[in-house]
Design a protein around this ligand. Structure first.
Ligand SMILES: *Cc1c(COP(=O)(O)O)cnc(C)c1O
Length: 455
């Protein structure tokens, strides 16, 4: 595949025929896309042969790193044994059943069932339909409002985009799903003003109670949020936030849904972000790290409150995907779980590699452009600012984040820009030497960014 055409040919064909996700097409045609041809460990290689340290695990998913033969071999074996069969209409197959059993065993104790999907967005849509179905079965169909958050990300289907709080996405939705409202995010650095992080976390959590009262508690079905916001810019809530949210959900009896698509499978140093924060969601959406991105798969982990009703007396649930529980994806997921467990990859994030990454990443706070360096587990973010003391931002037109991202790519590092927040989420297997390389490259690219601002 990789050597059959020149770089220029790949780029010309790409811009002529390939509509990319989340891409400005005029920009793409002007600059040409970067063509990635292979990967190994934590490194990508492009068509020019340049080696690039992948600070983002692809899109937050390649948790066990690239090039794991075990995953490829299991996929090949499963394709020969049973490449496809569905789980509709009272059929099933061993990979899906075994994966459901193992996920229930790994998940918090109240989780008893799993619904499989093909992606994170499908998982979010499935969870929305489960919320509505649950309250119908409880004879409270008027309880159908779902509360999400501004700057949350829950995928790109109409349901996911409506539930998420991305302004630019909403502008392109002619008809967002009704009955979804948003409260503000717990982003202390950006929005905390003079409050301490603890005070601010409580204030933002209490917006949930205020919103429920405003709407009428008998109309609110669920609160839906990421334990740590990923695409929104690695927003790590103050410690006071999640315990207060849990209390409010309990007080009003509404369902709590944790979107674990990024946090799940080790990124916080626990199997799930919900465990890190000690919350007990009724539904947990998963994808990405479930298969380390080697094949597409997602799912919804269902707690007993919803599962006992929906999964036994609920009658037929008119919902499902052709690829729900796909045997090849399920086999890869099982092997991925085995690697995470047997190589103690998550324990390493919690006890050793995570603390090392955080200690090294924290040194970036000393850079003149950086207003804050934060992180947790294998998440990291830095805020680029015009003035450190006042947290003053750069003029938006300067595109400082995008400049920094370009410098990174040109210097062999993938770091993502969310406005002027630079973020990382490296493969969980990154070694100390590779972490050193990541931080050194990040510093150098911050220097280059600062220099370009002076010119
Ligand atoms: C990526 C993501 C999704 C969407 O997953 P897709 O597989 O891209 O559909 C949903 N929720 C969160 C938190 C995500 O990060």
């Amino acid at each position: 595949m990789t050597t059959s055409r020149s770089k220029a040919e790949w780029q010309a064909l790409d811009s002529a025929h390939h509509l990319h996700p989340f891409t400005d097409y005029a920009d793409l045609t002007a600059k040409g896309s970067r063509i990635i041809t292979r990967a190994e460990g934590v490194y990508l290689y492009d068509v020019d042969g340049q080696r690039i340290l992948d600070g983002m695990s692809g899109l937050w998913c390649v948790n066990v790193g690239y090039g794991r033969r075990e995953l490829a071999e299991v996929a090949g074996r499963q394709m020969l044994e049973l490449p496809y069969y569905n789980n509709f209409f009272q059929t099933a197959h061993p990979p899906a059943i075994e994966l459901a059993r193992q996920l229930v065993e790994l998940a918090p104790a109240h989780v008893t069932r799993v619904f499989f999907t093909g992606s994170g967005s499908e998982s979010v849509d499935t969870a929305i339909r489960m919320i509505w179905r649950y309250w119908q079965l409880r004879d409270q169909p008027q309880r159908n409002i779902i509360i999400g958050r501004k700057n949350g990300y829950h995928g790109s289907t109409i349901g996911g985009a409506s539930l998420g709080g991305m302004g630019a996405m909403h502008k392109q939705l002619a008809y967002p799903v009704g009955g979804i409202v948003h409260i503000e995010q717990p982003f202390w650095f950006g929005e905390g003003g003079d409050l301490s992080p603890e005070e601010f976390g409580l204030a933002r959590a209490r917006q949930l109670a205020d919103k429920i009262e405003e709407l009428g508690p008998e109309r609110v079905a669920a609160f839906f949020a990421e334990p740590i916001q990923g695409a929104g810019g690695v927003i790590i809530p103050p410690a006071s936030y999640w315990p207060e949210i849990q209390k409010i959900c309990d007080r009003y009896g509404i369902l709590l849904v944790a979107d674990e698509v990024i946090c799940g499978f080790g990124r916080t140093g626990q199997w799930f972000g919900s465990e890190y924060y000690g919350i007990k969601p009724d539904l947990m959406t998963i994808a990405k790290g479930l298969t380390s991105g080697y094949v597409p798969m997602g799912g919804v982990l269902v707690g007993e409150r919803v599962g006992d009703l929906l999964g036994s007396e609920g009658g037929e649930f008119y919902h499902g995907f052709t690829y729900s529980g796909h045997p090849v994806a399920a086999a890869v997921a099982l092997e991925n779980l085995r690697l995470l467990r047997e190589e103690q990859i998550i324990q390493r994030v919690r006890e050793e590699a995570g603390p090392y990454l955080q200690q090294r990443w924290g040194t970036l706070a000393e850079h003149p452009l950086v207003g804050e360096a934060r992180g947790l587990g294998f998440f990291g973010a830095i805020e680029l600012v015009a003035d450190k003391a006042s947290r003053q931002r750069f003029d938006e037109d300067l595109n400082v984040g995008m400049r920094c991202r370009e410098h990174c790519f040109n210097n062999g590092l993938v770091m993502r820009a969310v406005g002027d927040t630079m973020i990382i989420a490296p493969p969980l297997v990154m070694t100390h030497a590779e972490i050193d390389e990541l931080v050194e490259k990040a510093w150098k690219c911050l220097d280059l960014t600062a220099k370009s601002l002076r010119n």
